[in-house]
Design a protein around this ligand. Structure first.
Ligand code: SAH
Ligand code: SF4
Length: 435
């Protein structure tokens, strides 16, 4: 038998944790002897690492999984793998079983460490392989990773979520919260800095509840010698303590950015959402953070149209957005998700009304973002050049310390380094400047 090269393709949807999981999948594939391809038709193994957060994400993923039927050829055995959060929803897995017969292997996020064994089974067994969540929420260290970038790195510090926000499917598909050991995190951070990474993002559904005390972890990573930035996401407002903001302020390598989703400005809705804070507490926290760090960039997430959201609740959200003055905000229309308590509630807000509220809020936030970005014009700021762009006018992409995107004019040789950029103009989503 001629030993020809085998190719694997990994398509990733959703959040940074999924990006990080895909780096593990690629790492395991390379260890098994596969070559990574970005062309699904070339693939011998095609993996879709899916996202379950909203129904439209699910629809998009399922459409693309359906299309993968075309990569199968009569001559060559190809394996199609369905993993990630959608593989943790029983109804969705049933749909894959019934209507997506070209999918050979299905496993949920918590079984990712078994991937090599499962792939082998899918290749050798005649039957399709369906794996359920073992509900043993372990942390498996030393899974090889193949990182996408040589500048920016994801560093998961915890997995799962125990917050059970009433609308959210994450606790059901990612399981119970568990924290990686401090030693493992510090060792990984050190090796990333030694390998030349300049931007390290600590990942978790709620990094503030990391088992060993998140503020101290920030300080410990900050103490690693080298020029690099520490980012983290996501923070839950209920656990974002004064101690956290103090640790940020004291640690010069911690980026002056916090993504702090508020979800709603109405105390009534926040309570129904099981978020554990009030609008006043939220606003107090960000005021305190800005007092300590005047240059802090705050971004957020909001959900429009939660079941029962009244005009008054919505107005409270508008008022919070006006008061908070976020640099950027992601606005989501409420999506009913299986297994969640909110799915049992009557969806009282019509689709048209939700759309109207959504567009209005986006317009208001765009104006705020535009104004915030205008304030950078004329200033020279330190940015990390972390991407190449297709456009000829601005061949490079960079991020400010606070995480804002900058399109940069400059020589390609500065890719991967910290440089000073003079900001010349801006719009509501980015800055433009010269290195
Ligand atoms: N763990 C993070 C983020 C999780 S999901 C946190 O708690 O902040 C990312 C964002 O998706 C959430 O902040 C929320 O705004 C949004 N989201 C989650 N479930 C949703 C749903 N059912 N419908 C609409 N948006 C949702
Ligand atoms: Fe979902 Fe809430 Fe957990 Fe975030 S904190 S993942 S929104 S349940």
């Amino acid at each position: 038998m001629i030993n020809t090269k085998q190719f694997a393709y990994v398509d990733t949807y959703g959040c940074q944790l999924n990006e990080s999981d895909s780096e593990k999948l690629r790492g395991m594939l390379i260890e098994m002897g596969y070559e990574i391809t970005y062309d699904e038709f070339e693939a011998d193994v095609a993996i879709v690492n899916t996202c379950a957060i909203r129904q439209n994400a699910e629809n998009r993923v399922l459409g693309n999984v359906g299309e993968l039927v075309h990569i199968k050829t009569p001559r060559k055995k190809k394996i199609i793998v369905f993993c990630g959060c959608l593989a943790g929803i029983p109804e969705t897995v049933e749909k894959i079983r019934e209507s997506y017969e070209h999918v050979n292997l299905v496993f949920p996020p918590n079984e990712i460490h078994r991937f090599p064994e499962l792939l082998e089974r899918a290749k050798t067994e005649r039957k399709r392989v369906f794996i359920e969540d073992s509900k043993e929420y372990k942390i498996v260290e030393d899974i090889p990773k193949h990182r996408d970038s040589t500048i920016k790195a994801w560093l998961p510090i915890m997995y799962g979520c125990d917050n059970f926000c009433s609308y959210c499917i994450v606790p059901y598909v990612r399981g119970r919260e568990r924290s990686r050991d401090k030693e493992a995190i510090l060792a990984e951070a050190k090796s990333l800095v030694e390998a030349g990474y300049k931007d390290i993002t600590l990942l978790g559904q709620n990094v503030n509840s990391w088992g060993g005390g998140f503020p101290n972890l920030l300080k410990d990573i900050n103490a690693i010698p080298g020029e690099f930035l520490i980012r983290f996401m996501t923070s839950h407002p209920k656990d974002a303590s004064k101690k956290l903001f103090q640790a940020m302020a004291e640690s010069e390598k911690v980026a002056r950015h916090i993504h702090l989703p508020f979800q709603s400005g109405s105390d009534r809705i926040l309570k129904l959402m099981n978020r554990g804070y009030t609008r006043a507490e939220y606003l107090d926290k960000i005021a305190y953070a800005r007092e300590l760090m005047p240059e802090l960039v705050i971004t957020s997430d909001v959900i429009i149209g939660y079941p029962g959201e009244t005009e008054e609740d919505y107005n409270d959200t508008l008022k919070l957005v006006e008061a908070a003055q976020f640099e950027a905000m992601f606005t989501f229309i409420y999506s009913k998700r299986p297994m969640t308590p909110a799915a049992k509630l009557n969806d009282t807000v019509s689709a048209e009304e939700k759309q109207k509220r959504f567009e209005n809020l986006v317009t208001i936030q765009n104006e705020i973002s535009e104004k915030k970005h205008e304030a950078y014009i004329g200033k020279t700021i330190r940015v990390l050049v972390d991407g190449e762009a297709k456009g000829e006018l601005y061949p490079l992409k960079a991020r400010t310390n606070g995480g804002r995107l900058v399109h940069v004019v400059g020589d390609l040789s500065i890719y991967g380094s910290f440089v000073d950029a003079k900001i010349t103009h801006s719009n509501n989503w980015a800055l433009f400047g010269e290195a």
